[in-house]
Design a protein around this ligand. Structure first.
Ligand SMILES: [Zn+2]
Length: 343
């Protein structure tokens, strides 16, 4: 059962926290990206996290009747089945869900897992993200707490966010966020701990200048020390066991030394989307440019069927996604650390 059970998923996060490594969390939108990511993790004997955004779910449900819940369920079910052939563990997660989408996206997915559990079936997703960072922290935590209670009843881990991840992703644009919102303060981190501690297991996307998207060197002012300060404040007051399981959003394009620094401060999950999107598209562009005369029917010619068969270039895209995920495992030090078969 290589999609992790709740106990296995918790053990994965514990192992990463203890071992000073993190899991790449890749946004998938199709069977091709799922297969690429699974192979990429398996090639490195690394456990990993496969996640679906609301936009990804909507895309997967087809343009004829876009339904982000249905698409997310389909991608998750496909992952459950496809992951079975690998000797690694996979956590299934959903990405940013803003407060306005909680009733139409998050609650139906949690209800779907509750329905499956009642029928004796495994959880659909192991964790979900609630991103209520657009609200003042107090209101954010009221909603986070309520959802964490529901998640805990179903052995689901909830990812919460305080502060704002800059940049643009999935149609949500925070490019104009005020600078101070990009860095979560130790006071805010304490408040998150004090609100959520003891209710259920959660992960925390504290922000430290991280942004979605890809930028030229120097454009992003990452301050991993922000995470260190927040963790220290919480542990000074509540002891070492209070250390947060942190999530790093916008990992694409981050220099290796900064990735590694965050691992020392309790990051156990790093989201990677932009770099995987590029990895997917790059070989397709190569295929089209190299085979221009074959993929098109030019000047009365008939083209070359094996070159315009979508499998020819989508296989290359799948391979490239896998290679990018393998690289992420190396970067985040999860390579060789699967706990499959031990928990
Ligand atoms: Zn994000």
């Amino acid at each position: 059962m290589p999609v992790a059970s709740p106990a296995q998923y918790a053990a994965m996060l514990d192992a990463a926290q203890k071992g000073g490594y993190a899991y790449p969390a890749v946004n998938i939108t199709s069977l091709i990206t799922i297969n690429g990511a699974l192979k990429g993790f398996a090639d490195r004997k690394s456990d990993g996290i496969i996640q679906v955004s609301m936009g990804g779910g909507k895309f997967a449900s087809g343009i004829g009747g876009a339904d982000e819940v249905l698409g997310s369920i389909i991608l998750a079910e496909a992952t459950h089945k496809l992951a079975e052939k690998y000797d690694i563990l996979i956590g299934l997660h959903t990405d940013h869900c803003q407060p306005g989408k909680v009733d139409s996206y998050l609650r139906p997915l949690i209800a779907e897992t509750a329905r499956r559990r009642a029928a004796g079936l495994p959880n659909l997703f192991q964790s979900h993200m609630l991103d209520a960072s657009e609200l003042p922290l107090k209101e954010n935590m009221v909603l986070s707490k309520e959802l964490l209670e529901i998640c805990a009843e179903n052995e689901i881990i909830l990812e919460v966010e305080a502060g704002v991840v800059g940049g643009e992703e999935d149609g949500v644009d925070h490019s104009d966020a005020p600078a101070e919102k990009l860095y979560t303060t130790p006071e805010d981190m304490l408040y998150v701990y004090e609100t959520l501690n003891g209710i259920g297991r959660y992960m925390f996307a504290a922000t430290f200048g991280n942004v979605h998207g890809s930028y030229k060197p120097g454009a992003v002012k990452l301050r991993p020390d922000i995470l260190k300060q927040g963790q220290q404040a919480v542990m000074d007051k509540y002891g070492a066991a209070a250390e947060f399981d942190l999530v790093f959003h916008g990992g694409s394009g981050t220099p290796e030394h900064q990735l590694r620094e965050t691992l020392a401060y309790g990051v156990v999950k790093m989201n990677i989307d932009t770099d995987t999107q590029y990895a997917f598209t790059r070989p397709i562009v190569d295929h089209m440019f190299k085979n221009y005369d074959g993929v098109l029917k030019l000047d009365g010619e008939v083209g070359i069927k094996k070159l315009y068969d979508p499998r020819s270039y989508l296989k290359a895209a799948e391979t490239a996604v896998g290679e990018r995920m393998s690289q992420a495992c190396d970067d985040l030090l999860s390579t060789g650390k699967t706990i499959f078969g031990t928990v």
